[in-house]
Design a protein around this ligand. Structure first.
Ligand SMILES: C[S@@+](CC[C@H](N)C(=O)[O-])C[C@H]1O[C@@H](n2cnc3c(N)ncnc32)[C@H](O)[C@@H]1O
Length: 366
């Protein structure tokens, strides 16, 4: 009788060689992340932009004041980053005479420049590739063997992100993480206003932005829809540092206890930080804050929606999901996961208003 091993089809030599190349790729992907971090720390995207949108290696070495002997090393980093889509190179060999240009990705990394409502994402790159995150990810296998509820990040560092405990341990790193969160979460909201602002906000009298931070989103909504009376709810340590602007009403509180009443509640890029159980508790509070559906009551949820048919975006969605697992107790969810949470929180129905990249815009009805 043939053994199980004999029945298995052994890969061909060509397949094994390809497998070996794939193994190198997967073992060394972090080199792409580190080369990417290096380019951001050196300020290469901003330098290419300031040189008119195109730069050769000698241009970059001169503009960045790098030792000329580093040019061949810079070439190797730029060749990898051009192959990965961070920059574009006008020569397939990406050699010394190549000219490097910005791609849509590197347009997002210009210091102090917001492109079409997308603030610079450099702090996100620095936070995501920080020692704190890398060490937490390196501890994954140990974490799996332990019966702990804390995320690998909390288990290792003894603090959680974005709740003030990190600030007590390391204020500098905490500031980078908070900058990263703000630039990530504020990115792309103008596209939401353009693509479906009318559906979401036209005719609304009042809105609470739950976990609305410094009010950037709420102010953009009031600017586009001045009839809306907007309230921002966030933790006291956030609200206490926001100057009154006469545009938005700021309320310090805890969304697990209560959410200020309004015709609609917006909760944008919040729920993916929380477990399913916590999302149900948060959404139940949002539901208490709004009137019945007939009176226009709704919760607007903007968050990542994992979608296996989303092409190249799908891998990014899955990476964001594992990042949530390593760093928080949250996760990224597909539409079925979202609908289950909406139902458990007591809502009767929901509608996907729009998909914008990896983000979904939902209206959820009481
Ligand atoms: C991921 S950010 C939200 C981003 C924001 N909605 C946006 O799109 O720009 C998380 C925010 O939730 C706030 N937060 C965390 N726990 C909270 C709670 N229990 N009650 C109210 N706000 C909370 C944090 O202070 C932080 O400003």
């Amino acid at each position: 009788m043939a053994t199980q091993a004999q029945q298995l089809a052994v890969p061909t030599e060509a397949e094994l060689l390809q497998g070996q190349a794939d193994l190198w790729r997967h073992s060394l992907y972090y080199m792409t992340s580190m080369a990417f971090q290096c380019a951001v720390k050196l300020g290469i995207p901003t330098t290419i932009h300031s040189l008119g949108g195109a730069a050769s290696l000698p241009d970059l070495v001169a503009a960045l004041s790098l030792p000329p002997a580093k040019l061949p090393y810079l070439r190797r980093i730029m060749r990898l980053l051009a192959t990965s889509g961070v920059f574009a190179a006008d020569s397939a060999a990406a050699d010394v005479v190549a000219t490097y240009r910005l791609t849509p990705l590197s347009w997002l990394l210009l210091d102090g420049v917001a492109v079409d409502g997308h603030p610079s994402q450099t702090s996100l790159v620095l936070a995501a590739t920080s020692r704190h995150c890398l060490e937490a990810a390196m501890g994954l296998s140990d974490w799996f063997k332990k019966d702990v509820a804390a995320s690998p990040f909390q288990d290792l560092h003894g603090v959680t992100l974005f709740d003030g405990t990190m600030a007590e341990q390391d204020p500098e790193v905490d500031a980078v993480f908070n900058d990263a969160l703000a630039s990530h979460d504020n990115s792309g909201f103008l596209a939401v206003l353009r693509e479906c602002g009318g559906t979401l906000f036209q005719g609304l009298e009042s809105l609470t932005d739950c976990c609305g931070g410094d009010g950037t989103t709420a102010r953009a909504i009031v600017e586009a829809f001045p009839q809306i009376k907007c309230t921002v709810l966030d933790l006291p340590r956030v609200i206490d540092n926001v100057p009154a602007d006469g545009v938005v009403n700021y309320v310090a509180g805890d969304m697990f206890n209560s959410v200020p009443f309004a015709q609609a509640v917006l909760i944008k890029l919040v729920l993916h930080h929380w477990s399913d159980e916590d999302c149900v508790r948060i959404l139940a509070q949002c539901k208490k804050a709004i009137p019945p559906r007939e009176e226009g009551g709704k919760v607007i949820v903007i968050d990542i929606v994992v979608d296996s048919s989303s092409g190249p975006t799908h891998e990014a969605e899955l990476l964001m999901d594992v990042a949530m697992m390593v760093m928080t107790n949250g996760r990224q969810r597909d539409e079925t996961d979202w609908s289950e949470i909406f139902i458990k929180a007591g809502f009767s129905d929901y509608k996907v208003v729009k998909k914008l990249g990896a983000r979904g815009v939902f209206e959820v009805y009481p």
